[in-house]
Design a protein around this ligand. Sequence first.
Ligand code: PLP
Length: 387
Amino acid sequence: MSASATAAQRARELRAAGIDIIELAQGEPDFNTPDHVIEAAYRAMRAGQTHYTPADGTPELKAAIVAKFRRENGLEYKLENISAGAGGKQVLYNALMATLDPGDEVLIPAPSWVAYADITHFSEGTPVWLATKPENGFKLRAAELEAAITPRTKWLMLNSPSNPSGAVYSAAELRELAAVLERQPHVWTISDDMYEHILYDGRSFATLAAVAPQLGNRILTLNGASKTYAMTGWRLGYAAGPVELIRAMWRLQAQSSLNPSSISQAAAIAALNGPQDIVRERCAIFETRRNAIVKWIKAVPGLACESPHGAFYLYVSCAGWLGKKTPQGKVLANDADVVAYLLDSGVALPNGAGYGLSPYFRISFASSMENLEEACKRIDAAARKLG
Ligand code: PLP
């Protein structure tokens, strides 16, 4: 289980035992799915869209995805370049399973979403963590990428805005990475754009396939409805890439789960083709929360963080707490000890080790302002009790 799922599970158990816990572990918007999307799903069910569909999505859904890539990213695809599955996670799983041979290496800038390494392991590949530096905004530099590539490198994972650091790559930074990738024709890239629409301070979004069209036939661009439209439970993700790869992913899905839910597909069509204002409104709410939580956490003794540029996570360095003693007499040796201490203090959070870079913990600010404020008070009180 991932660090965030473990922390959320622990919070549920403690709550069931009557203990007051604030859980800021889950990576999902705390908003409801927009009404017009729910209505579209209902209409689809009423209209009999309750049957099998083509394994990797209906032509209507694929057309909506093609239109999205054209409208929002300036990318041109045909239906045969598109694959839809039960969440971005399944699409990612299909891609790695379909392409990795034992020992193939997957470059994963750290910190990163834990699934990249776990799915690489499942696929008998070798995850290669590349530690990024906070002073570089937790972003991979071209020279670091170049130094990490070996003849066994198959994939580079790029995720912007990033879970868990909130790092956002500019078009210029992507161009620098693309210059390296151009010289390494055996290396393919998964561009995980899941948090595309959660961007702060007026930043604009850049994606590798648009910035470096010369790499287009070795990029899989991953996205989905989960974070943009608050649709995590509907399970609808998608990707665009070269036809041969999409076909290989289709084969896997056709012999495992088959099509993503027909109803979720209808809902995603409404989300993609419908009004987008709600996405911007919700992003503004996340930004207000980000501003507040960054201020609160920076005021806590021994903690340090950068203001995230996108997504809804704060990656907090707890280096200043290590070696200190809790009131129970335990010396905090690593970030696992830190989150255990914070759990005892009433806040459930995942630690940085799960994301490949320690000593940190991650706070999801996809929660109400009241929850965030109370959690920060508890974290602050915990800090002041360390000896
Ligand atoms: N990519 C990143 C970086 C994520 O954080 C997540 C979910 O947490 C996903 C992809 C997958 O989301 P889903 O499977 O809900 O589409």
